[in-house]
Design a protein around this ligand. Structure first.
Ligand SMILES: *[C@@H]1O[C@H](CO)[C@@H](O)[C@H](O)[C@H]1NC(C)=O
Ligand SMILES: *[C@@H]1O[C@H](CO)[C@@H](O)[C@H](O)[C@H]1NC(C)=O
Ligand SMILES: *[C@@H]1O[C@H](CO)[C@@H](O)[C@H](O)[C@H]1NC(C)=O
Ligand SMILES: *[C@@H]1O[C@H](CO)[C@@H](O)[C@H](O)[C@H]1NC(C)=O
Length: 205
């Protein structure tokens, strides 16, 4: 390999390394879950002595497993707050108001060093917007107890009413309407013909 090429490559690597150390990324909050219609606040922090130009990037997950980076469009709902600097650590904050499910993405800061052609992405924060499960009822304990008692009574009635009806039907069939008794009546032509069912059985030979 050409000696000059090797030399220039190692020089480029040294420059790149130099830039790398000029921007020291601070750990980002990796994951944030925010309920739909609430506000989200995402932060990226780094230390760098040089002037920087920072833009926010969102990576939208695409169904086939790839992500698509886009510049975040700022609006009334999505605002990039001005940089704050404390003890040499610069922080940028992105405020998303009234978040929608579409806002779910990995948000990163894209840091450009204005003095050189060098830029770097922060690690990023994954924002997940979720829809809460709705509470159907919010009942007091006493109301719950009343409902449980009412359910118990209803259950008892459901068991008792059909049971009682079956019992009544059963008695009627056995004592009054069976074929056996009709035959008995046709044979016994006597004063006992129309007497109650129980007495007819007594007449059996
Ligand atoms: C979101 O932020 C706006 C203004 O900053 C505020 O009026 C609103 O109450 C916030 N909403 C929630 C759900 O915190
Ligand atoms: C994934 O889908 C996007 C758009 O639908 C397409 O541009 C891209 O090439 C796809 N990537 C792969 C790896 O299939
Ligand atoms: C920002 O706006 C441009 C033009 O209106 C649009 O093409 C792009 O998709 C938008 N980016 C996002 C992240 O919505
Ligand atoms: C950041 O720097 C790159 C080159 O390093 C340049 O192409 C790009 O336009 C710059 N972006 C911004 C937002 O300044």
């Amino acid at each position: 390999m050409d000696f000059a090429l090797v030399l220039s490559m190692s020089f480029l690597a040294a420059v790149a390394n130099g830039h790398q150390t000029q921007v020291q990324l601070k750990p980002d909050k990796p994951f944030q879950r925010v309920q739909i219609s609430e506000n989200a606040s995402i932060e990226c922090c780094y230390s760098c002595k040089e002037n920087t130009h920072v833009t926010w990037i969102m990576n939208i997950h695409i169904v086939n497993g790839t992500t698509k980076p886009r510049f975040v469009n700022l609006s009334d709902e999505v605002k990039a707050e001005p940089m704050t600097e404390v003890d040499g650590v610069k922080c940028h904050r992105l405020i998303l108001k009234n978040v929608r499910v579409d806002d779910t993405a990995l948000y990163q800061c894209f840091i450009n060093l204005t003095s050189r052609r060098f830029s770097i992405f922060t690690h990023g924060t994954f924002l997940q917007v979720y829809i809460p499960m709705h509470k159907t009822f919010d009942l007091s304990e006493s109301a719950k107890n009343s409902i449980i008692i009412a359910e118990g009574v209803l259950l008892l009635l459901c068991v008792l009413i059909p049971g009682t009806m079956l019992l009544c039907k059963g008695l009627n069939l056995d004592d009054c309407n069976s074929i056996y008794h009709q035959i008995q009546r046709s044979h016994v032509q006597g004063p006992y013909q129309d007497v109650a069912c129980g007495e007819i059985q007594l007449e059996k030979p």
